[in-house]
Ligand binder design. Structure first.
Ligand code: HEC
Length: 150
């Protein structure tokens, strides 16, 4: 029995090790991962917009809010246009030279999402909140996203 438990513990330690190893992503993998996340964010917003009731909209917005909370960490220095190991990205270096503005742009998205969440169920307010939401995406893209990658 003891041997079995030891083997189990060793197995767990090993799998924890491999999880850590896989967390060490290359710069391009970090880019690809955040682009996929950003596309999913767009999908969540579409889902919220087309949801048939407030609960459905809120469920989609909750996913978008959770992603937004991870956004800062998805842009580590060294993962933008021109950085070593980055073959394809639209992330401008301004993200790292103007960190305060970038942080504010994330906060603007976060508060726009929360406003949409609070407005769910009231169509007029929800529509207005979505207008503001779109502006928060565009605001950051205009400032920090470069031209379409080839
Ligand atoms: C704080 C800044 C910021 C905010 C806010 C933001 N984005 Fe982005 N987004 C970026 C950057 C920078 C990239 C490019 C990432 C890369 O290529 O490395 C990007 C990429 C994308 C992409 C991938 C496709 C492409 O053109 O590169 C999509 C889709 C996207 N964003 C959608 C959205 C939507 C929808 C919102 C609002 C709900 C949003 N983004 C809000 C900064 C932001």
């Amino acid at each position: 029995m003891k041997v079995w438990i030891c083997a189990l513990v060793a197995g767990l330690a090993l799998s924890a090790g491999s999880v850590l190893a896989s967390a060490a992503l290359t710069p391009q993998q970090i880019v690809d991962d955040r682009v996929a996340g950003m596309k999913a964010l767009g999908g969540n917003l579409k889902g919220a917009r087309t949801a048939t009731d407030a609960a459905g909209a809120k469920a989609e917005l909750a996913k978008a809010i959770a992603f937004t909370e991870t956004m800062q960490s998805r842009f580590p220095k060294g993962t933008g246009i021109g950085d070593a190991g980055v073959a394809k990205s639209r992330a401008l270096q301004d993200i790292w030279t103007k960190p305060d503005q970038f942080k504010s742009a994330i906060e603007a998205l976060s508060s726009a999402l929360k406003a949409a969440d609070a407005a769910a169920g009231d169509q007029a307010k929800f529509d207005a909140a979505f207008g503001a939401l779109g502006k928060s995406c565009k605001g950051c893209h205009d400032q920090f996203r470069g031209p379409e990658a080839p």
